[in-house]
Each structure stands twice: as structure tokens, then as C-alpha cells.
Design a protein. Structure first.
Length: 113
């Protein structure tokens, strides 16, 4: 699969299609692949706030990256962030492209304040 999302799993995660995500994972889809912007299926699900998909991807071995947490913070998805918080880098070390701490960005955009 080409185009914007690179893989069917990334496309399904970005569109919050839980059934498709489960089917693809059961068929052996690779959770570690990224799109042309370096975002994984978990990053897209985190950005979307698709908590069930985040949970499934983590169960299938997806790695919680700083990008996953930053996107959940930036877009105000507290439940997704809760699922991600115990995996990977601590929240107080995650910066976005403007060198803003993820939690500061969430406060700036009034998601958690």
C-alpha cells in the first residue's frame, strides 16, 4: 500500500477502524512500520484518540514512542495518554517540533487545564 499512510495498518489506525486493525494484526501486520512522516500506527491512533486501537496495538507489541505521547497530549486525548504513560520516555522529557514539553503543549492548547 502506498500513498499517505504507507501500510493498511497505519491507514486503519488513522481512520479508527478497530475491526480492520484487529484483522490486520491477526494476519501478521507489522506494528513497527512508519509512514513517510515517520509516524507509526500507534502514533496515528494516539493522535486520533482511538483508545481501543491504542490498547490493541500495545498488546501486539507496538512501542510507545515520544511521538505517540506528544500527539495524544497535543490533541487532548487523555485516555490514550493514560494507556501510553507507563511505556517509553517519561512525559516530562517529550518535546514537540517547537521544543515545547508535551504536557506544556497540552496546557497551551487547553486540553488538560
Amino acid at each position: 500500500m502506498g500513498g499517505k499512510f504507507h501500510t493498511a495498518l497505519i491507514a486503519a489506525s488513522a481512520s479508527a477502524s478497530l475491526g480492520t486493525v484487529k484483522t490486520l494484526l491477526d494476519a501478521g501486520a507489522d506494528v513497527s512500520l512508519s509512514d513517510k512522516n515517520g509516524l507509526t500506527a500507534l502514533d496515528h491512533a494516539s493522535k486520533r484518540g482511538a483508545t481501543e486501537i491504542v490498547q490493541v496495538l500495545l498488546a501486539y507489541g507496538a512501542e510507545s514512542t515520544p511521538a505517540s505521547k506528544r500527539l495524544a497530549c497535543r490533541f487532548g486525548h487523555r485516555d490514550a495518554l493514560t494507556l501510553l504513560k507507563d511505556r517509553g520516555a517519561p512525559l516530562d522529557s517529550i518535546h514537540d517540533q517547537e521544543d515545547i514539553l508535551a504536557l506544556d503543549a497540552a496546557m497551551r492548547y487547553s486540553h488538560f487545564g
